[in-house]
Write a protein that binds this ligand. Structure first.
Ligand code: ZN
Length: 192
């Protein structure tokens, strides 16, 4: 497995709509190797997720994982490794929550935005099996962030209050305590 270079904001591949993966491609060695490399790259960067466009490949594939004690996102509930291919999200109701995100493609930038609290997600796993799941809270936010990447959308596009943009260091200093208290209340309420 190889740690791939992560594309950063300004790279046009991050603004393209990625295309669906065919079942032949998914079963093939090239896409399987890409998925392995994306997992390795996400873990090496302590990311909570990584979408194929972030390694320069405009295909509808993302990997998501939060391991306990992730130093980048210590407040996130754990998410087992999940490979999502051709994902489709539906919002289950209009409920939203205020969150704060960062992105491996936007080094040292964080900001506040709203995400849907409850989403249905349908996707293929790396073996081509169909999964239909409900994801809630911060985990729902992570899925929305990754699926946005497949549509050429970065989290800053979803921000309404640009004055909340911060570096990671200033977020730690000024924003984190309030944010973590809010998120802990969300996790207690929705379970993830
Ligand atoms: Zn991202």
């Amino acid at each position: 497995m190889t740690v791939l270079p992560i594309r950063e904001m300004g790279d046009p591949v991050l603004r393209e709509e990625a295309r669906a993966v065919t079942s032949e491609e998914l079963a093939g060695e090239e896409v399987q190797r890409l998925i392995d490399d994306m997992i390795e790259t996400m873990r090496a960067a302590d990311g909570a997720g990584l979408a194929a466009p972030q390694v320069g490949v405009p295909l509808r594939i993302a990997v998501i994982e939060v391991r306990a004690g992730n130093p980048r996102y210590p407040y996130k509930p754990p998410i087992p490794l999940t490979v999502i291919v051709n994902p489709e999200l539906t919002m289950l109701d209009g409920a939203t929550f205020a969150t704060n995100e960062g992105c491996l493609s936007m080094p040292n930038v964080r900001g506040d935005l709203e995400r849907f609290e409850n989403v249905g997600v349908r996707y293929l796993d790396r073996d081509g099996e169909v999964h239909e799941e409900t994801r809630r809270g911060l985990t729902a936010g992570t899925f929305q962030h990754e699926v946005d990447h497949l549509d050429g959308i970065l989290f800053v596009d979803r921000m309404t209050d640009m004055s909340s943009l911060s570096t990671w260091e200033e977020f730690e200093r000024h924003g984190k305590a309030d944010f973590v208290a809010r998120i802990e209340a969300l996790v207690a309420r929705v379970g993830s």
